[in-house]
Structures are given as structure tokens and as C-alpha cells.
Design a protein around this ligand. Structure first.
Ligand code: NAD
Length: 365
């Protein structure tokens, strides 16, 4: 496991096996220089220590960049998230019990787990974020914390490409919790949604799509292609829609060397985690398309979770998201502009500086 280590971490990689509960899990505490690690619990059949370490490191950078008093961590539970509810509760409670003494790790929801799971964890060990609102949680996906943060990011980044928000054409890939709220918040600022996609297809209307109607459709569990207006195209066609702002909010690695030339946009605030391969991101930069990297642009969710952990309200969460994402977007894009380097390199340097600074305050370095 030491092959996974470098100068920043991980501090610990913990393997958990509770045969009687059917639990196999891994917890990675990457770096706690900035404070107790916050990171999601992912449940999937094919997770690994490597994946967990990579996700934990991403949380170290995201939390440090957002100046949260939290380090980075992550955990994975081996299992099918669609297992029967009583079985899932047993596994998640067993996981919670197993991490009871890993006091420098605060779990949150991720793929395959949700607020209810975090409610079980909190019930077992007294700490978790992303809780149901009935027990003090701020429902971050419902209120659109990450989408709101993306819109704040766009509002700053637009001046780096000389773009007015009023009338700006927006395309969203992945009209889920992140994508639909980003579309809504940008529409409220005068932008026009001209394309949107989900896992079943792409909907395009250069005259403007009705964001509220699309949200109502998705909230009713229906695919975008059931919307009566606009042109219906296949899933992949979302890449070809001409726009000013193209927001990836679905899966990793959707923009690659083989398809990056199809994007016709000026700005890409990254809602999804690692939506571009490194070579695709470099190609966008070379074309003058401004990319705001994931761990800067999509930090709204974890900022909201950290606010919840401190007992803050929805309003303070939104204020925090707005302030932190605007500041970081400006810092990162100004530095990238000054040096000519990729915004991701500037963002990484910013996060690493903060972790090094925090480390210098610690007794055991
Ligand atoms: P979600 O499940 O609510 O929505 C995902 C959407 O993407 C769905 O509408 C789905 O139909 C669509 N989709 C799936 N495959 C697609 C494809 N190939 N093409 C087009 N659309 C596709 O998930 P979410 O919470 O909105 O998260 C989206 C992404 O953002 C993920 O990568 C997630 O890790 C990342 N993220 C989420 C948050 C958050 O607060 N929820 C925070 C940071 C990052």
C-alpha cells in the first residue's frame, strides 16, 4: 500500500472486514493538515483501494482550495447499492461501527449512498454530513448547492472570455442534481439553455429551452426526450451543440482527445468530477476555451456539508459557497492568465500551498 503514498499522503489506508455482517470496506484518510477529513462513502461492487485513494486526494485539494477547516478522506464499501433495504442498513451500520474510532474522518454521501444512509451512520457513531433535514441536515442536492456554486463560478469566469450572462447560450450534459440547478441559476441571471442531456438523449433548441419545464419533467422521473419542444438527438450529440458555456455534469472522462474538437464553446465550468482527460483539457486551453477545474467549480456541495457540520443554516451555506467559489475562480483564472499555464495547474498550486501552510502549523509534520 505504500506505493500509493507521496509527500501529501495518504496518512492511513484502513481495510475493514466484518465477515458476519458481509462488510468489506476501505477508508483512506489522505491528509488532515487542514482539519478532520471530510469525504463521501461510495458503495459499488468494483471499488478499489486505488480508486479510494484517488478520490480521497481529490477531497484534500477540494477542501483546502475552499479554505474549509477539513482535510481529505474517502471510503468505499464493496457491494451492490441496489441490495435490499434491510441488508443495506445492516451493512452501512456495520461500516459505521467499524469506523467509530477513526475520529478524524467524517463520512458523507457519494455514489450508492444517500442521506438516509448518513442518518444511520450518525445514529451509530454521532458524526456524518449530508444528513436528512429532519435531523439537522441541509439537503444539498435538493437545494442545488453545487449548481448554485457553478453559476457563481460562471459569473466570475465570464469576464475572462468577455462574455455577458444576459443571452449567453448554455449547454448542460447531465440534467441531474448538479446540472439542472446550474441551468436554473444561470437562467435566473439571464442566460439561455440551448441544450441539455441525460442518459437517454440530448434535447436542443437554439431559441431557448424551458428550464422549469425540464426540471419538472426530471423530478417526475421522466427523460428529457419526453419534452414536447426542441430537437431530440442521441446522448453523444450534446458535444456538438454550439454555445458559450458548456457544463459537464454527468460522468468522468466524457471529453477526450478523440472528441474534444467537437466542442464549440468559450467556457467550461466543470460540474462533474474529472470530466476531461488531461490531454483534452490541454487541447481546450490551447484553443482559448477557459476551463474552471472541478475541485474549484463544483465545491458547492462540500462547502454546504461543512456548513451543516458546524450547525450552520442553508442561508449561511449559500453565502459561503458564493464567496469562496467566486474568490477561488478569480484567483485561479488570474494566475493561469498571468503564467499561461492551465487553470488546473494554478488550482493545484493554490490547494497545495494551503495544505503546506496548514502543515507548517502542525506539531507532527
Ligand atoms: P445525478 O445522478 O443526480 O445526475 C446525473 C445526470 O447525468 C442524470 O440526469 C443522468 O441521466 C445523466 N447522465 C448519466 N450518464 C450520462 C451520459 N452519458 N450523458 C449525459 N447524461 C448522463 O448526479 P449529480 O449529483 O448531479 O452528479 C453529477 C456529477 O457531478 C457526478 O460526476 C458527481 O460526482 C459530480 N458532483 C456532484 C456533486 C453534488 O453535489 N451532487 C458535487 C460535486 C461533484
Amino acid at each position: 500500500m505504500f506505493r500509493l503514498c507521496d509527500a501529501f499522503g495518504p496518512a492511513r489506508i484502513i481495510h475493514i472486514h466484518r465477515a458476519t455482517a458481509g462488510l468489506k470496506a476501505i477508508v483512506v484518510i489522505d491528509n488532515t493538515a487542514c482539519g478532520t477529513a471530510i469525504g463521501g462513502v461510495r458503495m459499488a461492487p468494483d471499488v478499489s483501494a486505488e480508486e479510494c485513494r484517488r478520490l480521497a486526494r481529490a477531497m484534500t485539494w477540494k477542501n483546502a482550495a475552499a479554505c474549509l477547516p477539513h482535510g481529505g478522506g474517502k471510503s468505499v464499501i464493496f457491494g451492490d447499492p441496489r441490495m435490499p433495504a434491510n441488508e443495506k442498513e445492516r451493512v452501512v451500520r456495520a461500516f459505521a461501527d467499524a469506523i467509530r474510532d477513526i475520529a478524524d474522518y467524517i463520512p458523507g454521501p457519494d455514489m450508492g449512498t444517500n442521506e438516509l444512509c448518513m442518518g444511520w451512520v450518525k445514529d451509530e457513531i454521532g458524526r456524518a454530513v449530508g444528513l436528512p433535514s429532519a435531523i439537522g441536515g441541509i439537503p444539498l442536492d435538493e437545494i442545488g448547492a453545487t449548481g448554485f456554486g457553478l453559476a457563481a463560478c460562471v459569473d466570475v469566469a465570464r469576464s475572462f472570455v468577455d462574455l455577458e450572462l444576459k443571452g449567453a447560450r448554455v449547454v448542460v450534459q447531465g440534467f441531474g442534481a448538479v446540472g439542472k440547478h446550474a441551468a436554473r441559476c444561470l437562467a435566473e441571471k439571464g442566460a439561455v439553455l440551448v441544450g441539455a442531456s441525460d442518459s437517454r438523449g440530448t434535447l436542443v433548441d437554439q431559441g431557448g429551452l424551458d428550464v422549469a419545464a425540464l426540471i419538472a419533467l426530471k423530478d417526475g422521473g421522466r427523460p428529457l426526450r419526453e419534452h414536447p419542444k426542441g430537437e431530440r438527438l442521441d446522448v453523444d450529440a450534446v458535444l456538438d451543440v454550439p454555445c458559450d458555456i458548456w457544463i459537464p455534469a454527468a460522468r468522468p472522462d466524457v471529453v477526450r482527445a478523440d472528441n474534444v474538437h467537437r466542442l464549440q464553446t468559450r467556457l467550461m465550468p466543470q460540474g462533474a468530477n474529472i470530466p476531461c482527460t488531461p490531454d483534452a483539457e490541454a487541447a481546450l486551453h490551447a484553443r482559448g476555451i477557459v476551463v474552471v477545474p472541478d475541485f474549484i467549480a463544483n465545491a458547492g456541495g462540500v462547502i454546504c456539508a461543512a456548513t451543516e457540520f458546524r450547525g450552520g443554516t442553508q442561508r449561511t451555506a449559500f453565502d459561503d459557497i458564493d464567496e469562496r467559489i467566486r474568490t477561488n475562480t478569480r484567483l485561479v483564472l488570474q494566475e493561469a492568465h498571468r503564467t499561461g499555464e492551465l487553470p488546473r495547474a494554478a488550482a493545484l498550486a493554490l490547494a497545495q500551498d494551503r495544505v503546506r501552510m496548514a502543515t507548517s502549523t502542525r506539531r507532527w509534520r
